[in-house]
Design a protein around this ligand. Structure first.
Ligand code: AHR
Length: 660
């Protein structure tokens, strides 16, 4: 009798549990992932980065040079420099222009002084100050010649003008020569300056006055800012597109990007104005120039360092169509074409070719393995089609293996796109580069954009995109959670259509908090600190969880692209044996889901759930609060081939189980 009672209790409990769990399932959305039917392959380089020298991304940013206008080549030759005479000291500067004999770096400063008593000095303000770190070594150099023997005091100053590290350097010899000196800073200072005091009486011709911290990326002299490169490396990007962006095109053809002027000895690289210098009245930056210390060799090297495929974009004989719209006549395109062909030789050619030898001389005999190249940036119209055809036939004739990226213009719809898109498709181009700077709503609506694209047509490169909260390019756009969430929802659509969309990159990449021209941007920095935006963490989650094959994920046999605010994609990773599911809940309520994964080999498996969310759509990360919005990981498991979880309101969840 007793035994029967126990048996009845157990049975009732069991029944209650089943009912409760059925109830829970009934209230949950059921998502089904077909893990036994791996779909199209995901390109290993699918999620990449877009680098352009906008917002002080290169000079004043990732290029670690601290001296602004080091070679006196700015439009105002002494911009960034300040002379000072103390006591009875005298002194002056004459800017000499040697454009006939030294066209790539024509100007230098002829300095003469008498500071037997008092002090004559020149101070450089840096790029909105210089970020100086306590106990770090700083490497000073200048090119100089003098008739006599002169002594200079090299000093770092803090914001109040006190010395925080110094050394002296003696210079003699009337031939141009590079002189160097190193010293250690005694304090940390975000707004430091460099002062050069000229001792006694003398004169000196000086050029390329430079100061680098010792802690550059891979400790390369004259190298890149390590914290910023690390943020890129952490994304494990599949490719890096460089050098832009509109910077490729130039405001006019004269200020287009010419890669040959950015390689070889740094002091022979011809500086030009940065086109973002005057582009926006609301963020004018008269001191924004391109020194090309970060030039094409360094871009290729950076790509190699962070494991990304290099993707250079070259000018196709057209200046920015938002500015002058200058074009090169078709019968004068040859130098532009030659630049494209020579670039492939520079990247891949053997060391006995002209450009391959230069690569080797610069320290990289092995090829950089260039596989693709963009012809033009954001060009449009028949002029583009004509020029593309000429470039494509020349490039393919000599290098049939190189894939060519073509421009679809500045928008993903509208007359310019409608004109170009069918023509590029009829030409069967390799890749069409679509750009979208649109509202968060546009991103949500377009999560299914590629579901209906022609599977046999050209591949798509989503080459520049970002959700703009204020609907257009203007300073109020924020890298807030609303924008990051919308991008994540959209990216599930890119992933689901990885057979068509083979590469994607957020844009722009970097912005100096005091020097920007364009918002939003993926990574922000000041002179000492840097942080990833919520958008950065979304990019990182997709890139680090890209998998190898797309899996179907549906609810009630429908693609998950907006119903009840849910967006989802799934992939298998055949190398790690993971099933990876990405679900974005854009709704304002949490949602329970049961994810059925009937095709997995293992019925049970441990895994991780990584969630990124924020309570308010306006939430942002800042220099002072860099991890306000960030991914948080916890354990999750597959039980009986299903996973139960709750998707918080306004969240991106990445579920990963080792079940294949
Ligand atoms: O990413 C900023 C700019 O946006 C790029 O330079 C250009 O290609 C686009 O218009």
């Amino acid at each position: 009798m007793k035994l029967y009672k126990v048996y009845r209790c157990v049975m009732m409990l069991l029944a209650a549990t089943i009912v409760l769990s059925q109830l829970a399932t009934a209230q949950s959305t059921v998502l089904t992932v077909k893990a036994d039917k791996p779909g199209v392959a995901i390109q290993p380089n699918m999620w990449g980065i877009f680098f352009e020298d906008i917002n002080f991304a290169a000079d004043g940013g990732i290029y670690a040079e601290l001296v602004k206008n080091r070679s006196f080549e700015f439009y105002e030759p002494l911009m960034g420099w300040k002379e000072a005479r103390e006591g009875s000291a005298t002194g002056g500067i004459l800017i000499q222009n040697l454009s006939t004999t030294r066209p790539s770096n024509p100007r230098h400063a002829s300095i003469s002084w008498n500071a037997a008593t008092g002090v004559y000095s020149l101070t450089n303000e840096g790029f909105r100050g210089m970020g100086i770190k306590k106990d770090l070594q700083y490497n000073f150099s200048l090119w100089a010649k003098t008739e006599g023997n002169v002594k200079l005091k090299i000093e770092l100053l803090n914001a109040s003008g006190a010395s925080i590290g110094s050394t002296t350097i003696s210079i003699s010899g009337n031939e141009w020569k590079k002189h160097t000196a190193s010293f250690t800073a005694s304090a940390t200072e975000p707004k430091g300056k460099l002062r050069i005091s000229f001792e006694g009486k003398g004169s000196l011709d000086a050029d390329m006055i430079s100061l680098f911290p010792n802690d550059t990326w891979k400790n390369r002299p004259g190298g890149l800012r390590a914290d910023l490169v690390q943020l890129l490396a952490d994304l494990k990007p599949g490719f890096i597109r460089f050098p832009g962006g509109c910077i490729v095109e130039g405001h006019e053809l004269d200020t287009r990007y010419q890669w040959k002027k950015t390689v070889g000895q740094v002091e022979n690289r011809e500086l030009i104005v940065n086109r973002w210098n005057t582009e926006f009245k609301h963020r004018s930056a008269p001191d924004y120039y391109q020194t090309f210390g970060l030039g094409f060799f360094e871009y290729f090297q950076l790509a190699e360092d962070i494991g990304a495929d290099p993707l250079p974009i070259i000018n196709c004989g057209m200046a920015c169509q938002f500015n002058t719209s200058e074009v090169v006549p078709l019968n004068q395109l040859d130098p532009y074409l030659q630049d494209a062909l020579d670039l492939i030789e520079f990247a891949n050619g053997s060391t006995d070719t002209k450009w391959g030898k230069l690569r080797a001389d610069m320290g990289h005999p092995a090829p950089f393995n260039l596989k693709m190249m963009g012809v033009g940036n954001e060009q449009w119209g028949e002029q583009y089609v004509e020029r593309y055809k000429i470039f494509a036939s020349a490039i393919k004739a000599k290098y049939p293996g190189i894939k060519i990226i073509t421009s679809a213009g500045p928008s993903p719809d509208g007359p310019l796109f409608e004109y170009l898109n069918p023509i590029l498709r009829s030409l069967n181009v390799d890749f069409i580069d679509e750009h979208y700077y649109r509202s968060p709503e546009w991103f949500l609506k377009n999560a299914s954009r590629y579901d209906t694209y022609d599977r046999k047509g050209p591949n798509i490169f989503a080459g520049e995109y970002a959700a703009h909260t204020e609907k257009k390019v203007q300073p109020e756009n924020k890298n807030n959670w609303e924008s990051a969430l919308a991008e994540a929802a959209f990216m599930t659509g890119l992933e689901r259509n990885a057979d068509v969309v083979q590469m994607a990159s957020y844009a722009p990449l970097f912005a100096h908090v005091e020097g920007w021209q364009w918002t939003p941007d993926l990574i922000w920095f000041d002179n000492l600190r840097s942080f990833g935006t919520p958008n950065y963490y979304v990019q990182k989650l997709f890139s680090l969880n890209k998998g190898t094959n797309v899996l179907s994920i549906t609810t009630g046999n429908e693609t998950i692209a907006g119903k009840n605010g849910l967006y989802a994609s799934a992939v298998a990773d055949n190398n790690t044996k993971d099933v990876i599911i990405k679900v974005v809940n854009t709704g304002d309520k949490e949602q329970s889901v049961v994810i059925e994964v009937p095709g997995v080999k293992k019925a049970s498996a441990a895994g991780t759930l990584t969630v990124i969310r924020s309570a308010n759509a306006e939430d942002v990360n800042t220099l002072d609060n860099p991890f306000n919005v960030k991914p948080v990981e916890q354990a999750i498991s597959l039980k009986g081939k299903s996973i139960k979880t709750v998707l918080p309101a306004g969240s991106v969840s990445i579920i990963k189980v080792k079940a294949l």
